[in-house]
Design a protein around this ligand. Sequence first.
Ligand SMILES: C[S@@+](CC[C@H](N)C(=O)[O-])C[C@H]1O[C@@H](n2cnc3c(N)ncnc32)[C@H](O)[C@@H]1O
Length: 261
Amino acid sequence: MGYLSRDKANLQRTFDPAEIPADTVSYCFLSELRFSGTAWGAEAEYQFVFDQGRLALVSMRNRQQSPVVVDFADRVFQRRLATGLRGQLLGKALGLKNLRNPTVLDATAGLGTDSFLMAHAGCLVTAIERSPAIFALLEDGLRRAAQAGDALETHLEAARRMEIRRGDFLMMDWPDRAYDVVYLDPMFPTGRRKASSRKGMTMLQTFASEDQCESELLPQALRCARRRVVVKRNRRSPELAGVKPTLKLQGSRSRFDVYCR
Ligand SMILES: C[S@@+](CC[C@H](N)C(=O)[O-])C[C@H]1O[C@@H](n2cnc3c(N)ncnc32)[C@H](O)[C@@H]1O
C-alpha cells in the first residue's frame, strides 16, 4: 500500500467497512486500513473512527487533540458562511465583483474549507486532493452536506456546486484555460507556527507536507486558468515559485497573491 508510506503516518480504523456508503470513492483506502488491536495497530499515530455517522480522524499520540472531522454545518463555520465572501479578501482575490459564478479549480483542497466557502458564494468548484486520508474526510463531510435538511438549504446548493476528485493536480491532464480561476493553497513549508495550534492543521501538516513540488504548481495553474490564479500564502511567506503577482491582498494572518492572465 504505497499511499500509506506516502501519507507518512501509520493509520488504523476501528469501524466495519460495511459502514462506509457504497458509492464512497475512498472506500478502498478506508477498507484496506488495518483493524485496531493488532501489534501494528498499536503503533498507529492516527485512527479513523465512525462517530455518530461522521468519519473522524483521532490522534493516538496526543489525546488532547480534537478529532478531525469535516463538518460544514459547524456553528463557527456557519458564521463564516453567513458573512459571505464578497466583502472579504478571498472574494476580492477571486474577482467576484466582476466574475459571476466563476468556475474554480481548487488544486489543493485539503479539508475543503475554502472550496466550500467559494461554492457557497456561487462559484462552481472542482476540488482536487491528493492525500487519501484527507480526501476521505473531505468526501465524508461533503456527503453529509449534500444530505442536509431544509434548514441547511444553502448547504445543499453549495454542495451541489462542488465536485471533488482524488489525485495529484500535477499528475492530472488539464485542458488549457479550462477554469476561470485556479486556486492554490499549498502547505506552507515552514514558519506556520500558529497554524499548528488550529484544529485540523497539525493533522494536515502530518499528511500533506511531504513531496510538495510547490514551484511546479504555479506554471500548471497558469496554464489551466482563463482569468486568474489565486495563491493563498502565509503573511510573510515568499511568493510561490518566486514569481511576482499582479496584485497582493494582505490580511492579518494570510495573504492572497493574484496572477491575472
Ligand atoms: C494547506 S492545505 C489546503 C487547505 C484548504 N485550502 C482548506 O481550506 O481546507 C494543502 C492541501 O493541498 C494538498 N496538496 C498539495 N499538493 C497537491 C497536489 N499537487 N495535488 C493535490 N493536492 C495537493 C495537500 O495534501 C493538502 O491537503
